[in-house]
Ligand binder design. Structure first.
Ligand code: ZN
Length: 393
């Protein structure tokens, strides 16, 4: 049983039963009774106090991002009904206004439709059916497969706004489900690009975007690494604001066409948490033998991207060497070496033997340094040199 590729953030709640005891055939939409971010909602669901312990499978923030708190294979503690939660995917949606209406944002609503479509498609639910009668909903009469919290308990959840939207939600989801699903293509380039869209962007590709990338791959104008880079580092993917764990979880299926293995994933998450840049981790993925063979299996060239400028941890206190043009770095008493391109301060040529030795600086005034004795003690030149040519040794 899979989880939604729309998930941007995962924090599993201890409040659940593993596994659920019923096939998924229902969706139960709740509201958070507050404008909680998906991260805050996750923290609420970490509470194991028996009076407060709760959870849901998914949460949607007002920013339209999706959090996962209980995997689909497991039963959440959400609707005050074990029977319901064993067969339902439960979704908590943030409210952008308070009581009495408890509205949800347009972004949250749009994501809710996307998530319901995805849940239906992956779980073989042909359409959503909202019954106006509570009894019919609870008994799944005539195929009714949407329930609400107040069907099982005296509660205002999901609030007047969402409850009033239930017929519209069913209509919006069903309109999407009835669209012809393009036949799965056996074409490798299409598979490669679609896989990137679904995992990195959490959505099916639009026709124009898909055709553009596929054409570039088929015509060999570009390679897999370049397309993967374009999508994984697109603004759309960045806007998903994936944490390190979710980002690596996304990267494996997006770039290698397979789920992450636990050990491999942990290694990369640890590196990211230690400050290694995502560009570096990505570079390692697309220069791996596995990526090469994945591209070959899709009939596309592997492609090549530039190595990231630095692989140093971003969080380390990198000491920046000041450029030699900063006269403060060269001062009287310093030992210096001279750049091979150096000339004397007045522009006349400097003999190579001078450049091959190291010197003590007598004095510095602005960019003009006077060199004194050579460190081997054999020469004393008292020559003016521009400090740009000098490096401390
Ligand atoms: Zn509820």
């Amino acid at each position: 049983m899979s989880n939604s590729p729309l998930v941007c953030y995962t924090k599993i709640s201890p409040n659940k039963n593993c596994p659920r005891n019923h096939k998924i055939d229902t969706i139960t939409i709740h509201h958070m009774a507050g404008n909680l971010s998906i991260e805050t909602c996750a923290n609420v669901f970490q509470n194991t106090d028996p009076k407060k312990a709760a959870s849901s499978n998914y949460g949607i923030g007002s920013d339209g991002r999706v959090g996962m708190y209980v995997e689909e294979k497991d039963r959440s503690w959400c609707s005050s009904s074990g029977d319901n939660d064993h067969r339902a995917i439960t979704i908590e949606v943030a409210d952008c206004t308070g009581e009495p209406e408890w509205r949800v944002s347009d972004k949250a609503y749009a994501t809710l439709i996307n998530l319901c479509v995805d849940i239906c498609q992956r779980n073989g639910i042909e359409k959503l059916i909202w019954a106006t009668s509570k009894t019919d909903r609870k008994n799944h009469k005539n195929g009714a497969n949407m329930t609400i919290h107040s069907d099982f308990k005296s509660t205002s959840c999901p609030g007047p706004y969402l409850q009033g939207k239930m017929p519209q939600i069913a209509a919006d989801v069903n309109a999407r489900l009835s669209q012809p699903i393009p036949a799965p293509s056996t074409d490798g380039a299409t598979k490669f690009v679609t896989n990137l869209y679904v995992n990195a962007l959490g959505r099916q590709p639009d026709t124009a975007g898909l055709n553009n990338w596929v054409n570039q791959l088929v015509s060999k104008k570009t390679g897999g690494a370049n397309v993967a880079q374009g999508i994984v580092f697109s603004q759309e993917c960045i806007n998903r604001n994936l944490n390190n764990d979710a980002w690596v979880t996304m990267l494996y299926p997006a770039v290698l066409g397979r789920p992450a293995d636990a050990a491999g994933k942990q290694n990369w998450v640890n590196q990211l948490n230690a400050g290694v840049k995502r560009e570096q981790v990505f570079y390692n993925f697309v220069t791996s033998p596995e990526f090469d063979s994945y591209c070959k299996s899709c009939g596309i060239s592997t492609g090549k991207i530039d190595a990231p400028k630095t692989s140093k941890p971003t969080t380390s206190n990198t000491v920046t060497t000041k450029p030699a043009t900063d006269t403060k770095t060269i001062k009287a008493g310093d030992t210096v070496k001279i750049a091979p391109t150096a000339k004397y301060f007045n522009g006349t040529a400097m003999p190579n033997w001078v450049k091959q030795l190291t010197w003590k600086v007598n004095s510095v005034s602005g960019s003009r340094a006077i060199l004194g004795k050579s460190t081997n003690g054999r020469y004393n030149i008292n020559s003016p040199v521009n400090v740009i040519y000098l490096t401390k040794v």
